[in-house]
Design a protein around this ligand. Structure first.
Ligand SMILES: Nc1ncnc2c1ncn2[C@@H]1O[C@H](COP(=O)(O)OP(=O)(O)OP(=O)(O)O)[C@@H](O)[C@H]1O
Ligand SMILES: [Mg+2]
Length: 313
């Protein structure tokens, strides 16, 4: 398979970018897909959970000097498995996120080209970019380097406007700098099926983004925090909650890879396993799963006065 480079982003903090990047890495591990996780966040949360062996250099050095002597000593294997590698993030990235461009924005793309080349790098199938919660230089450099962008959101107030701004940024980068960049979908995270408010917000997202909203929402489960805290892939966390969210990650990964391979702004109709999962108790929120062709996001329509008000908690 061709190398897919996916930027996982949102403009808001704490919605689950790192959780999604790690959940996808865990699903990829299950499928035998060789993966590199690049931690662009100065907080280094993905790095902490992947617990890699020490490397000579981290992402900060790679972004400053994307040359083979640095690149070859910057990636190390995670504690999860030898097929999941890490390019670590730490607080040194902070100062690279702000200030003038200085022509360094394409350095991540240069580094990724080297890692993706079988003649130079270890040749990954999937490269996941865990972005910080802003549209600063680090996220913009990720969008320059990526073949696809996956948006993460919670089903809460302002989710639509946040996703619209993120899509606008993706679109701008695609037009001006990276014609190969594709929006791969919107992942709804921390979903509670009993919350009317969450149902309402997912419906609102679907109205604006159509089938770009993934048909499976990631449930709010304690297992996510437990697995991350013990540096374990979610697929090895065998509680009911862990198994449930691991299955959801399998579906998101499958859909993301198919939509990425198709090479257009398309999301395919779900395969049999997806259709089955969306027929579970969360079906109302997950939608029919009958995704056809991605529509451009529609403007956020104001609610009519006679429409039911969402339940607020
Ligand atoms: N589906 C979920 N169920 C339960 N807890 C979750 C879920 N997704 C994320 N969390 C928890 O929410 C918190 C924030 O998640 P995460 O760090 O993935 O967000 P983020 O968007 O990467 O944050 P930041 O913007 O700071 O990088 C973490 O404690 C994480 O364990
Ligand atoms: Mg994060």
């Amino acid at each position: 398979m061709a190398v897919q480079t996916v930027a996982v982003l949102s403009l808001k903090g704490g919605v689950g970018k790192t959780t999604v990047a790690l959940g996808l890495a865990s699903a990829a591990l299950r499928r035998g897909i060789k993966t590199l996780v690049i931690d662009l966040d100065p907080q280094g949360n993905a790095t902490a959970t992947l617990d890699p062996q020490p490397a000579q250099f981290g992402l900060a050095e790679v972004l400053t000097t994307p040359r083979p002597p640095i690149l070859s000593q910057a990636v190390s294997r995670s504690a999860w498995d030898e097929s999941v590698h890490v390019l670590t993030g730490n607080h040194d990235l902070e100062e690279l996120n702000e200030g003038p461009d200085e022509g360094t924005l394409p350095n991540l793309a240069r580094a990724i080209a080297w890692y993706a080349d079988p003649n130079t790098g270890p040749r990954y199938d999937l490269i996941l970019l865990d972005c910080p919660p802003s549209l600063g230089r680090l996220t913009r450099s990720a969008l320059l380097a990526a073949t696809g962008a996956l948006l993460v959101t919670e089903p809460t107030l302002y989710a639509v406007s946040g996703a619209q701004r993120a899509f606008a940024a993706i679109e701008r980068t695609r037009k001006e700098h990276n014609p190969g960049l594709r929006p791969l979908g919107v992942v709804v995270n921390k979903f509670r099926s009993r919350s009317h408010e969450h149902m309402y917000r997912i419906a609102e997202l679907r109205e604006s983004f159509g089938p770009l909203v993934m048909p499976v929402a990631l449930p709010d489960r304690l297992a996510v925090q437990q697995a991350a805290g013990s540096c374990t892939p979610i697929h090895e966390w065998s509680t009911p909650g862990g198994r449930e969210i691991a299955l959801a990650f399998n579906l998101v990964l499958a859909r993301m890879l198919r939509s990425s391979r198709r090479g257009r702004h398309h999301l395919d109709p779900p395969e049999a396993d997806e259709a089955e999962a969306t027929n579970g108790p969360d079906q109302a929120a997950n939608g029919s799963g009958a995704a056809t062709q991605a529509q451009p996001p529609r403007a956020n329509k104001p609610r009519r006065p006679d429409e039911p008000q969402p339940v607020r908690r």
